[in-house]
Design a protein around this ligand. Structure first.
Ligand code: GDP
Ligand code: MG
Length: 439
């Protein structure tokens, strides 16, 4: 019966697998969103191909249109590709942790150096900043001023010294003074340039940094990919900071940087002030990249429908009298996600006339039930009859969950009653679909 129910359900709901043809519209939508967010074209192509392959043949959850579900898959993949969680700055056991900043001129390296130092200081990690940009007259002053502002020492040797030498001595000083983290600010050029790369490579060679952070301006757009490739190939980066996200950029550079280098974005800059630094969160960035418009609404809608579809599936299972404690638990969690018992009660015919008090009481009872079900073995959850026939098992569950044996007895008894009620309902056929499934 269950199988027949299942296939009939699918026929009622339409397509049951994601195929190339039933996601065409969604594909176009996603591609457009990514390009509008300034994700590099090649990165977009690779990403879409990857997601398409992954999604092919995925079961469509009843009640959700394939293209809606596809967009949800895209969103989740985007979060995953960008690293799922925030990855903090390295901290070595034998200080100092050495951080080398890299990037083009004007991207916000010097500002990010100070922002990072302030961020670490708030985490009680002592810092020193090293000024190696000897090419622009004001660059050293800029860092010194920022250092005073945030009360972090700056190591500098004037603008006649050699940048590699400054970096080397700066790290020596940091070691001697026992600071936790030393951040080396470097010079940039307006464009990628061999001298700059050679100097960076030399500094890296000499100080052996634990982190090489590429500072990328979020407004860089399409170019972010090439930039990342060059820096990663020639220097090797361990992470990135995406700056100027306070502007209107949708932040597509984040995806490009991550896809090309495989290294995580660790922070984002969201303003000119030294406090304007935030840890990078892949889920927030995924929403931003997909945009506030239609796509995100669709994702949210899909999510809602998936919840509803889950509930519908459960109801179907109830009817088929295959409902067990695992389903019961799952349904309770679903209820919690939806926020209230009232929400789901409305979906069950004849159960929508409960008062506030009754609902509250119901929720308390559900909590108790959850604690007891948590104390059941997998086998017991699957086969409630096991419990009905064994007082010892019920006693064990009472002890495990901290409730009385009488409570467990009642739970099991009520459950059995509910199941037989469901069975009676099924024998009469599904409401609204008389005769469809035989007798
Ligand atoms: P550098 O050449 O890479 O060292 O860049 P700077 O740190 O000197 O910054 C260049 C300009 O960008 C300055 O005017 C900064 O105030 C500005 N800037 C840096 N980070 C951000 C940010 O996250 N948001 C905004 N709006 N401006 C920033
Ligand atoms: Mg600078």
């Amino acid at each position: 019966l269950a199988d027949r129910l299942d296939s009939a359900w699918k026929k009622l709901r339409g397509q049951d697998k994601i195929t190339q043809s039933n996601i065409q519209e969604a594909l176009r939508e996603v591609r457009r969103a990514l390009l509008e967010a300034d994700v590099n074209l090649q990165v977009v192509k690779d990403f879409i191909t990857e997601v398409e392959t992954k999604a092919q043949g995925a079961e469509v959850i009843a009640g959700v249109k394939p293209d809606q579900q596809f967009i949800k898959i895209v969103y989740e993949e985007l979060v995953q590709v960008m690293g799922e969680t925030n990855i903090p700055l390295a901290q070595v056991e034998q200080p100092p942790t050495i951080v080398l900043m890299a990037g083009l001129q004007g991207t916000g390296k010097t500002t990010a150096t100070a922002k990072l130092a302030l961020h670490l200081r708030k985490l009680e990690r002592s810092c020193m900043m090293v000024a190696t940009d000897v090419y622009r007259p004001a660059a050293i002053d800029q860092l010194v001023t920022l250092g005073k502002q945030i009360d972090v020492p700056v190591f500098e040797m004037g603008s006649d010294a050699n940048p590699v030498e400054i970096a080397r001595q700066g790290v020596e000083r940091a070691k001697a003074e026992g600071v936790d983290t030393v951040i080396i600010d470097t010079a940039g050029r307006l464009q990628i340039d061999q001298d700059m790369m050679a100097e960076l490579a030399q500094i890296k060679e000499v100080v052996q940094p634990h982190e090489v952070l590429l500072v990328v301006d979020a407004m860089t757009g399409q170019e972010a990919a090439n930039l990342t490739r060059t820096f990663h190939d020639e220097i090797g980066i361990t992470g990135a900071i995406l700056t100027k996200l306070d502007g209107d950029s949708r932040g597509g550079a984040a995806l490009s940087v991550r896809q090309i280098s495989g290294q995580p974005i660790k922070f984002v800059g969201v303003g000119e002030k030294v406090e304007a630094l935030q840890p990078f969160y892949p889920d927030r960035m995924a929403s931003r990249i997909l945009g506030m418009g239609d796509v995100l609404t669709l994702v949210e809608k899909a999510q809602e429908e998936i919840d509803l579809a889950d509930a519908a599936k459960m109801q179907e299972k109830m009817m088929a009298a295959k409902f067990d404690f695992t389903d019961f638990l799952k349904q309770m969690r679903l209820l919690k996600n939806m926020g209230s018992l009232g929400g789901i009660m409305k979906m069950i015919p004849g159960m929508n006339k409960l008062s506030e008090d009754q609902l509250k009481q119901g929720e308390t009872q559900l909590k108790r039930a959850e604690a007891m079900i948590n104390s059941m073995t997998t086998q017991e959850r699957r086969d409630p009859d096991l419990l009905a026939s064994s007082p010892n098992r019920r006693k064990r569950i009472a002890n495990g969950s901290g409730y009385k044996e009488a409570d467990v007895n009642k739970l099991v008894g009520d459950f059995q009653k509910m199941r037989s009620l469901m069975q009676q309902m099924t024998q009469g056929g599904l409401p609204g679909m008389p005769g469809m499934f035989g007798g």
